[in-house]
Every structure is written in structure tokens, then in C-alpha cells.
Design a protein around this ligand. Structure first.
Ligand code: AMP
Ligand code: GLY
Length: 424
């Protein structure tokens, strides 16, 4: 099979690494990719939001399957674009259609979907500029802290958690009337605050059947002890020790099954990954958010635990035969620690040469934000590398990731020294 993978982060490097191990793979292209994906296929410099350009590349290179890594092309409707073009009718796309991607692209849509299908989630109200005074009343009737969410995509920054009612009202006003998050916050979801520990669960589906992938926990804050600003993710572990079989069974029955059935009942064509952001409230699971793609850095711990051929599973998705595919997992623990540019998630410098990558033997180094300059690897983002290791438990795997990091160098690098601290 000839595959085009869209994206350029650690998730896409992990996808490329896993796809390259498939006996079904003939040729892999990654657009735009990074210095890591280049080891597993050919990077191509095309804009993944320019669907006509993607189409031209697909036709010229006789691509059979397009795998979509990030949410933006899905929310913009790449699946619908492919499905409605006669010249592309034989090309399969791994990802949901535009309506399916709305579970991530619109928080209000996701909440209403969950309500329609009795999926446990925080109580909410949705408001616009026109209904701002009802928004204030809604806040007054709630207990602190207050959770405000921009309805649309806001690069992971659109959620505010505020301690006082006056701050909450001020921020609601900024979001609705001053475009605090641009167009994304012209509609705001106000939610009940849920208290508990979070984990990420993943499913692949062909629209009828589904397979549950290993769960993971990511560490979103920049500083040790889960302090400081939110980031894209500073590390992850899989499996998650508190996710015991009883709790995972509840997630399956109360959340996963109703979600997949809900898509089908509503005529949503969903062929791809579903990411469930779950919070454990007194041993009951609630959905905090849906994403229409894999997580990053979760992919860098989930895919290394998948023993089965990923391309075979993708074929199952494309041909509606996923139920016939066997899925096997590695029982070991995986951990990943993300090396970031100093200053991230605020302003930071790119363009630093990365040294030491060739000396790593005990970990897999997934590139998150790098480019090549001849043989050199150069930092090209906030998150630069995700250093993944296997172990019999979290402690053993983490020790390998941290030992490997000691051997990697780039100017002003930073990483969290306490990934997994809360489960040890
Ligand atoms: P989201 O983008 O919806 O995942 O929200 C970002 C983060 O805000 C989540 O990972 C949670 O840590 C937190 N959060 C979101 N919604 C709630 C809620 N209803 N109660 C408590 N924390 C929340
Ligand atoms: N790690 C969280 C995400 O990918 O959204």
C-alpha cells in the first residue's frame, strides 16, 4: 500500500515509525513531516490544509490511503472533500468526516451529542454575545471554580478555570464580546467543575465496530508537580495504574459504546481515532473532552504498546472489516518524556542543533519539532523530542527515558523531571 501521512509532530513520527514496520507498506510519504519521520519514509513539502494540493500529490503518486494526524484538516472537512471527488473515490482516508470531527471542533456540539446519548459529562450551558446576561445568571447559580470553554478550536488554550465569580464574568465578557480567542470564543460553554484525576482513552473505529487501544496519562503543565502553564504535553505513561479493569469496563459501557452507536445513529461517518479525555470522579468516569485524532504525546506511549500491524488495522477501517482484525498489546509499561525549547510554552527560540541522538540505544526518540539541515537535526518547535522507553513498570521505563535524555543536548533545552510522580 502507498500511504500519505499528514502532520509533523511527535504523534506523526510515532505513526510513521509504526506504519514503516508493516509488511503491507509499499511506500510512505509524510507531509510535511520532520527530521524523524524522514527515517521511515519521504517527507513532502505540501500544505495539509490545501486539499487541492493534497489531491494533486495523491493522484501523481498513486496513493491508496491518507492517514490524518492532527485535527485541523479533519475539522476543515478533508474526508468530505475526498469522498465527494470522483477522482479520489478509490483513496481511503483514516479520520472522521467534518460532522464527526465536530466532537472536537465544537465543544457545544460535543456536549449536546453526549446529552443525546446519555454519556456522562459535566453539566453545562452554552452562550453567545446575544445571551451574555443569561450566561451571568448561569454563573451565579453555580459554585466555584468556574469552567469557561471557547466553543471552537483554540490550539489547546481555550479553557479557563476561574476561582471567583467576578473573574468568571469578566472573562466571559472578554471571550464573547472582545474575541479573546478570536472566532473560537464567539460561543462559550460554561461547565460544572469536576474534581478528580484524568486519563486519556483511545479507540479506532470503522463506524460499526471498534477496538480499544491502551489508555495513557499525559502531563500537561510545564512545571514539576503539575504547576505552571498548560502545554501540549510534557510526558506520558501507559498503562495508567489507577485505571483498573472495573473502571475501564465502566468507560467502555457508559462512554465508548454509546459514542460509537451515537455516531452511527446520527449518520456520522466516523472512520478513525476517537480520543476520550476522561476524569475519574469518585470512581465514576466522565468525559472532559473528545478529540477526533490521537493524542500527543500519548501516541508516543500507546503505539509502542501495539503489537499488531497498524496498517492492517487501518485497512480494516477502510474496508469496514475492523471486527475481523486481531489486536495484541505489549504488557510492558511505556513512558515518554518530552524535551522542549527553553521558554516554551511562552516565547522560545528555534534553530538549535540537537546532539547525541545517535548514542541512544535504550529508548526510542520521537521527533516532535525538528527539521534536517543536511545530516544535522535542528529544533523547530516548542516541543522538540519525545523520549520513549519500555520497562516492567513506570519506574524502570522512566529511568531509561531520563538516562537517554542525559545523552541528548541542545541549547536551552528543558524537560520535566517528575513524569509519573503522581502514580509512583
Ligand atoms: P479540555 O480542552 O476540554 O480538555 O480542557 C482542558 C483541561 O481543563 C482539562 O484537561 C482539564 O484539566 C480541565 N477541565 C476541563 N473541563 C473541566 C471540568 N468540567 N472540570 C474540571 N476540569 C476541567
Ligand atoms: N495530549 C493531549 C492532546 O493531544 O490533546
Amino acid at each position: 500500500m502507498r500511504v500519505l501521512l499528514l502532520g509533523s509532530g511527535g504523534r506523526e513520527h510515532a505513526l510513521a515509525w509504526k506504519l514503516s514496520q508493516s509488511s503491507l507498506l509499499e511506500e510512505l510519504y509524510i507531509a510535511p513531516g520532520n527530521a524523524g519521520t524522514k527515517e521511515h519514509g519521504t517527507n513532502v513539502n505540501i500544505s495539509i490544509l490545501d486539499f487541492k494540493e493534497v489531491k494533486r500529490f495523491v493522484i501523481e503518486n498513486k496513493i491508496n490511503m491518507v492517514v490524518v494526524g492532527p485535527e485541523a484538516p479533519l475539522v476543515k472537512g478533508i474526508v468530505d472533500f475526498f469522498n465527494s471527488d470522483i477522482e479520489l473515490s478509490k483513496v481511503s482516508v483514516i479520520g472522521p468526516n467534518k460532522m464527526g470531527a465536530k466532537i472536537e471542533g465544537s465543544k457545544d456540539f460535543a456536549k449536546q451529542f453526549m446529552n443525546r446519548h446519555n454519556i456522562p459529562t459535566a453539566k453545562h450551558g452554552t452562550f453567545t454575545k446575544e445571551t451574555i446576561s443569561s450566561g451571568y445568571e448561569f454563573l451565579e447559580a453555580m459554585a466555584p471554580p468556574y469552567v469557561l470553554k471557547a466553543d471552537g478550536l483554540a490550539a489547546g488554550k481555550g479553557v479557563l478555570i476561574l476561582d471567583t465569580i467576578s473573574e468568571a464574568k469578566q472573562e466571559l465578557k472578554k471571550m464573547l464580546t472582545e474575541e479573546k480567542f478570536g472566532e473560537a470564543s464567539s460561543t462559550v460553554v460554561i461547565e460544572e467543575f469536576l474534581s478528580g484525576v484524568e486519563l486519556s482513552c483511545f479507540v479506532i473505529t470503522d463506524g460499526d465496530s471498534y477496538k480499544i487501544l491502551p489508555e495513557a496519562k499525559d502531563y500537561k503543565r510545564i512545571k514539576e508537580g503539575d504547576k505552571g502553564l498548560n502545554t501540549g504535553g510534557m510526558g506520558a505513561i501507559s498503562p495508567v495504574p489507577f485505571a483498573n479493569p472495573t473502571f475501564l469496563e465502566k468507560i467502555k459501557n457508559q462512554i465508548i459504546i454509546p459514542t460509537i452507536k451515537g455516531f452511527k445513529a446520527e449518520g456520522i461517518v466516523y472512520k478513525g481515532f476517537v480520543f476520550f479525555g476522561i476524569i475519574n470522579v469518585k470512581n465514576e468516569p466522565y468525559v472532559i473532552e473528545y478529540n477526533c485524532r490521537m493524542g500527543d504525546p500519548e501516541t508516543e506511549v500507546v503505539l509502542p504498546r501495539l503489537k499488531s500491524d497498524l496498517l492492517h488495522l487501518f485497512e480494516g477501517i477502510a474496508t469496514n472489516t475492523l471486527s475481523e482484525c486481531d489486536v495484541q498489546f505489549d504488557e510492558r509499561t511505556t513512558t515518554t518524556v518530552v524535551m522542549v525549547s527553553g521558554g516554551y510554552p511562552e516565547s522560545y527560540e528555534k534553530g538549535k542543533q540537537v546532539y547525541g541522538l545517535n548514542s541512544i540505544t535504550e529508548s526510542i526518540v520521537f521527533h516532535a519539532g525538528t527539521i534536517s539541515d543536511g545530516p544535522a537535526v535542528i529544533s523547530n518547535g516548542g516541543r522538540v523530542l519525545a523520549v520513549t522507553s519500555y520497562g516492567k513498570d513506570v519506574v524502570t521505563a522512566l529511568k531509561k527515558s531520563y538516562d537517554s535524555i542525559e545523552k541528548i543536548e541542545f541549547e536551552n533545552s528543558n524537560y520535566r523531571k517528575d513524569i509519573g510522580f503522581d502514580v509512583l
